[in-house]
Design a protein around this ligand. Structure first.
Ligand code: URA
Length: 239
């Protein structure tokens, strides 16, 4: 890849800033000064340094966020704050995007990456990756609802949802449940409950496949995936 592309992709600066660094002889490839942004480097072999500091090339970024309410799951929006606004400047150059949509008022596990292949593995309904949600429901959730969800409820647009696994944690005037589904239609959990005459009043995603929301993550904060989480993501891509 081009030297200037590697440097700007790694957040060293804009194309213009990188050009200035090269001009000032602050960049070396394998110890030799390079002033040519078009010079080709092999990120896996060549040692690129800026002011003597080696630049480690990473193509992908994988972040786990505990999404805060009030943010939309998009990369840009004219009016609303997006989950990308919650990320620091040090990761923006990777151009991460959210994997799957969480509604503006939904909290919880959101993976942000620039790895399109992984995103596809996690969200494609064909891949059958379970997404588990915790929800508070206005009304008593019943055994009949468990049966209906297991069969597959029909949503307001006539779509028959794939079977979901409903666990009742608390049954009261406000019930608490966990629901695992393998698809992610628009407002899916809310619409599944509407289909049985109930309303979701709080929703939080807890798990996506083997990725589990880190309880130490405060609302709106994020961290890089751990080695074992990364190994799981790799296993999905290698299947
Ligand atoms: N289902 C919903 O209704 N909303 C979400 O944010 C996620 C799943």
């Amino acid at each position: 890849m081009r030297l200037d592309k590697l440097l700007s992709n790694m957040g060293i600066g804009s194309r213009k800033e990188v050009k200035a660094l090269l001009k000032k002889k602050q960049v070396t490839i394998n110890g030799v000064i390079s002033k040519d942004g078009a010079e080709k480097v092999d990120p896996n072999k060549d040692e690129v340094a800026v002011n003597g500091e080696f630049i480690r090339y990473e193509q992908f970024i994988y972040l786990m966020m505990n999404k805060a309410p009030g943010y939309i799951s998009a990369t840009t929006d004219k009016r609303e704050k997006t989950v990308i606004d919650l990320l620091g400047d040090d990761v923006q150059h990777f151009k991460p995007f959210p994997v799957g949509r969480l509604d503006k008022d939904t909290e919880g596990l959101l993976l942000l990456t620039n790895d399109g292949e992984l995103a596809h593995e996690l969200v494609s309904p064909k891949k059958n990756i379970g997404k588990t949600y915790f929800a508070r429901i206005n009304g008593k959730v019943t055994v009949d609802d468990i049966t209906a969800f297991r069969t597959g409820v029909v949503l307001d647009d006539g779509y028959q949802a794939k079977p979901g696994e409903l666990v009742i944690l608390q049954c009261d005037t406000i019930s608490e449940i966990e629901l695992t589904i393998t698809e992610g239609k628009f407002h899916q959990v809310k619409r599944m409950f509407e289909a049985v005459g109930k309303r979701v009043i709080y929703l939080k995603r807890l798990r996506m496949g083997d990725l589990q929301l880190d309880p130490a993550l405060k609302l709106g904060s994020y961290r890089a995936l751990t080695e074992s989480e990364l190994a799981y993501c790799k296993s999905l891509k290698d299947k």
